[in-house]
Design a protein around this ligand. Structure first.
Ligand SMILES: Cc1ncc(COP(=O)(O)O)c(C=O)c1O
Length: 446
């Protein structure tokens, strides 16, 4: 039998001789059966080096909200490249992008640019501690806020170490972290407003900020329970803490003004990444003027050689203009297509007795694969997810889908881009049918 991924395998083997572990981001090693190498993309499609075509629902881990190589974006970047790729100084483009963010995001009175959301998280937390004079940050168990020491506290703790329900441990998945950093975090479980109130009360007067992903896309695409966002806002106002919305994924995706527009709240600081650049390294910290004051007066350091890089700004201006031009049709279309795909996947799962339960708003959703005997109903928090998600079974189905040309994210997340059309969804479901049949047959006999 021919190997469908022969060229990717060859390149990966070669890469391990020059690139540590063969990949440039640890998570990419998870791709089975081999980390894929890509040649080109166009709209909803991407082609690997073996010539395999995929309907892509990974879309650059969500950064490609506008699809692969959207018409107009390359021209915008190219035109800027001819004028200069980098100045480490000011240009009018940065004001134009900042003004568009002010127009789009309810919480954007002022803006600062960086090149990755990981950096922006660090800026936001530093600013919050300086602004409030308090040492602790409250975050939610299982939430991912970038790969730095601070962003990964409380991410993916193993069940034997996660502590009791009332006091989740603040573990870090990496070695080499400054140990004291862990003690500057309080971890709470997502979607339990009463528990959150108790955690805040336990550390009253010590917490500088609550950081949260308004829809926890990274972990099972868990939407906020009734009262959750309101409780965060109320507690922040009452205790003088900053409300930091990490909209790296939700920004521009769930509404032109992000989850804050879709869910109707105004955070003090917002982290923007991924879709703000449509695939170039660009990110922003936006917030209320009062919360940005220490950057304004220079008592909090925020810097970076490549901040406000003109190539990234040209791309971002193109992206934001695209979002603005969609008006009220966004995110309706993406959510509708996503729900159509979720319903179709569920129907295929039912046909083959596969316990797949897609959940999420549509424009992004997670394919929950229930363990044998697991209870039904939406997954609402990290512990619930670990207890019910059959990760090896999902990995097997994902691989079967990949072989048919349907590409989802390894951990179960699916994104609908603005380039996806109904024909893509129908074709993806057609291709998914034999993948589900193969999975059902192989999994049963395993
Ligand atoms: C919610 C959230 N915050 C922060 C980050 C870090 O973004 P970056 O990888 O651009 O540094 C991510 C990346 O996936 C994310 O999903």
């Amino acid at each position: 039998m021919t190997d469908r991924y022969a060229n990717s395998r060859r390149l990966f083997e070669r890469a391990t001789l020059s690139i540590a572990a063969g990949v440039n981001s640890g998570i990419r090693k998870m791709e089975q059966p081999v980390p894929l190498y890509f040649q080109r993309g166009d709209g909803s499609r991407v082609w690997d080096v073996d010539g395999n075509e995929y309907i892509d629902f990974q879309i650059g881990q969500g950064a490609l909200l506008y699809g692969h190589a959207p018409a107009g974006m390359a021209e915008a970047i190219g035109a800027q490249a001819k004028l200069g790729t980098h100045w480490a100084a000011q240009c009018e483009l940065e004001i134009e992008v900042a003004e568009r963010l002010q127009k789009l995001m309810p919480g954007a009175e002022l803006v600062r640019f960086n090149n990755s959301a990981t950096e922006v998280v660090l800026s936001a937390l530093r600013l919050a501690r300086a602004h409030t004079g308090k040492p602790l940050i409250l975050k939610f168990e299982g939430a991912y806020h970038g790969w730095a020491d601070e962003g990964l506290v409380g991410f993916a703790p193993p069940p034997d170490k996660w502590g009791d329900d009332e006091n989740p441990t603040h573990l870090h998945p990496s070695q080499g972290v400054i140990p004291e950093v862990l003690d500057t975090f309080v971890v709470a479980r997502w979607n339990d407003p009463d528990h959150l109130r108790r955690q805040v009360a336990r550390h009253s007067g010590q917490i500088a900020a609550i950081i949260f992903e308004p829809v926890m896309c990274n972990t099972c695409c868990m939407e906020p329970a009734a009262g959750m966002i309101e409780t965060i806002r109320e507690l922040c106002d009452r205790e003088g803490m900053l409300m930091i919305a990490d909209e790296t994924i939700t920004g521009f995706r769930f509404a032109p003004g992000g989850a804050q527009e879709a869910l109707g709240f105004v955070p003090d600081l917002t982290i923007l990444g991924k879709a703000i650049g449509g695939g170039v390294p660009f990110a922003a910290l936006v917030g209320k003027k009062s919360a940005m004051q220490k950057i304004i007066d220079g008592t909090v350091v925020h810097a970076g050689t490549l901040n406000g890089n003109p190539l990234c700004l040209a791309a971002s201006k193109w992206c934001l203009d695209h979002v603005i031009s969609l008006g009220a049709s966004h995110p309706v279309t993406a959510n509708t297509l996503g729900r159509q795909l979720m319903t179709g996947l569920r129907a295929l799962a039912d046909q083959h007795n596969i316990p797949l339960r897609p959940q999420g708003p549509g424009a992004a959703f997670h394919a929950v694969m229930l363990k044998p005997g697991a209870t039904e109903g939406p997954v609402t928090e990290y512990r619930d997810y670990v207890r019910r998600q059959d990760a090896p079974r999902w990995a097997h189905l994902r691989r079967c889908l990949l072989e048919q040309g349907v590409r989802a994210i390894e951990r179960g997340l699916w994104f609908i881009s603005l380039a996806h059309r109904e024909a893509d969804i129908l074709e993806a479901l057609e291709k998914a049918a034999p993948a589900f049949a193969l999975h059902a047959a192989e999994w049963k006999s395993a």
